[in-house]
Design a protein around this ligand. Structure first.
Ligand code: SF4
Ligand code: SF4
Length: 72
């Protein structure tokens, strides 16, 4: 299984939101050094191998800024 996590720089509200990081049960996401357009820093993928494609990050993102793609 190949997993891709795409975070939209255009739509993400940055680390003042961080809901995707909070809801991820496997600590796949962290805060990057890259500033977001709105404030704070963008999230980044820090441990893709731990992603179980549960989609909790996608479901809780208020900006629809994070997308999970899975290829078998
Ligand atoms: S799909 Fe689930 S495991 Fe993967 S990054 Fe999102 S919340 Fe974490
Ligand atoms: S939940 Fe969405 S808007 Fe909030 S930090 Fe994560 S990707 Fe950005």
């Amino acid at each position: 299984m190949v997993v891709k996590i795409i975070i939209s720089e255009k739509n993400c509200a940055g680390s003042e939101c961080s809901l995707c990081i909070y809801y991820c049960p496997h600590e796949v996401l962290g805060i990057s050094e890259q500033p977001s357009r709105i404030g704070g820093n963008l999230p980044e993928v820090i441990d893709l191998d731990n992603c179980t494609v549960c989609r909790l990050c996608e479901i809780h993102c208020p900006e629809m800024a994070i997308s999970i793609y899975k290829e078998e």
